[in-house]
Design a protein around this ligand. Structure first.
Ligand SMILES: Cc1cc2nc3c(=O)[nH]c(=O)nc-3n(C[C@H](O)[C@H](O)[C@H](O)COP(=O)(O)OP(=O)(O)OC[C@H]3O[C@@H](n4cnc5c(N)ncnc54)[C@H](O)[C@@H]3O)c2cc1C
Length: 379
């Protein structure tokens, strides 16, 4: 026998960037929304931790993302204007890769498709204008002028502040144990036996999604991602004014990085070299010595002005899908999901939050989300 669950109109589970923004947008329509977060409202175990996230409109991942990226950029700037902290520093983002590489073709396509301001750089121009990048032989560059560096912790804090201002009730320390549809309600079970009954539950629980969504679990894996920072010999050459954030595909090495916005260090690393873990509790606290040495050697090879040793590091995790595209959509009548951002979802979070809000409120979404439908996995 279940005790009678207390009621809410919409419950949002997981208050990272997408969940927090969804809660805000739902609350702004006057609908009652409760946001539940397993940890404290801001914490270090989210996929958003680690000081900076790249924002790019040049998207080798596919042109279907571009409308979401442009909408997100407007939202990030709006968030910044309405608050008192820096959210997005528009440094530009430089994509570097072999002229023949498919990802560079896709970068150019995505920019053309969206009419996004950018600068194409030949191999010679790349060498001359961005001498920090070494070993350039056949590579070309595309400088995405809308790109920049997001401040993820500040952004999540600001999104939550706006959600609360709009009337959302956000509760930290509330881990959801299960969600199910019962009759025409979504029943949200909390760890200590309490239940909430909602018209719709929005699930954005990051790496914890497999436990809450067993139907999707076989298509999801948790990947640790290490971040490493380096202290340049010539700090001026690597300042945000002279060294834009970048992603670079060089042979089999996919490197990304950004100067810290105070100009003291440079973050540079790989996006996927640490395998997978079965459970978030298995996240390693640090890189193994050989992993740290390997990334430092590659960073020094491709950015010779950075020394081959790491000044600072941290290890985080994100939830990856088999096709590295997120899962955004309805799963049944009463459950909406936004998960599986596969190492590239932070920049997209406002557009995803808007889509989750539209779905929860049974409004048409602004963009075609069929490429991200849960049906491709859930059948
Ligand atoms: C190191 C690293 C670098 C990255 N770099 C970039 C980048 O440069 N650009 C970019 O766009 N993206 C980047 N990403 C990806 C991006 O950060 C993630 O895709 C995005 O933050 C995922 O957001 P999320 O809302 O799914 O998860 P989270 O931010 O982790 O939010 C989920 C929240 O749900 C809570 N939760 C989980 N389970 C429950 C439960 N049962 N009950 C209640 N609450 C629960 C969690 O505590 C958490 O707060 C990077 C990711 C990592 C890890």
């Amino acid at each position: 026998m279940h005790a009678k669950p207390s009621d809410a109109e919409v419950v949002v589970i997981g208050l990272g960037a997408a969940g927090s923004h969804a809660a805000r947008r739902i609350a702004e329509t006057g609908v009652e929304v409760i946001g539940l977060e397993a940890e404290q409202l801001l914490h270090t175990r989210g996929a958003y931790a680690g000081e900076s996230r790249l924002f790019r409109a040049a998207y080798h991942e596919g042109a279907e993302y571009v409308p979401l990226l442009l909408e997100s950029r407007e939202e990030w700037l709006e968030l910044q204007r309405g608050g008192s902290r820096e959210i997005l520093r528009e440094t530009g983002v430089l994509s570097i890769g072999s002229a023949a590489a498919p990802q560079m073709r896709r970068v150019r396509e995505s920019l053309r498709h969206a009419g996004v301001a950018h600068r194409a750089l030949s191999t010679a121009e790349l060498r001359e204008q961005h001498p920090q990048h070494g070993g350039i032989t056949d590579e070309i560059g595309v400088l995405d002028l809308l790109g920049g560096v997001l401040r993820p912790e500040a952004a999540v804090a600001e999104l939550q502040r706006r959600a609360r201002l709009a009337g959302a009730e956000l509760r930290g320390g509330q881990r959801v144990a299960a969600v199910e549809e019962r009759g025409n309600r979504a029943i949200v079970r909390l760890g200590h036996g309490e239940e909430l009954s909602a018209r719709v539950a929005v699930l954005a629980p990051g790496v914890h999604a497999p436990a809450l969504l067993p139907r999707l679990a076989p298509h999801l894996v948790i990947r640790p991602i290490g971040l490493t920072w380096f202290c340049p010999e010539d700090a001026e050459a690597f300042s945000p004014e002279r060294f834009p954030a970048f992603i670079r595909d060089h042979g089999s090495t996919h490197l990304f990085g950004a100067p810290t916005l105070d100009g003291t260090l440079v973050k540079a690393g790989y996006d996927a070299r640490l395998g997978t873990i079965a459970d978030p509790a298995e996240l390693p606290g640090a890189l193994a010595d050989e992993q740290r040495e390997a990334v430092a050697a590659d960073v020094h090879r491709l950015l010779p002005g950075l020394p081959p040793y790491v000044a600072r590091e941290s290890v985080h995790m994100d939830l990856f899908t088999a096709d590295k595209r997120p899962v955004i959509g309805a799963l049944g009548e009463r459950i909406v999901v936004g998960i599986g951002f596969s190492g590239h979802g932070f920049k997209l979070a406002p557009a995803v939050g808007n889509a989750l809000a539209d779905l929860a409120l049974a409004r048409p979404t602004r963009h075609d989300l069929s490429a991200f439908s849960p049906d491709r996995f859930a059948g």
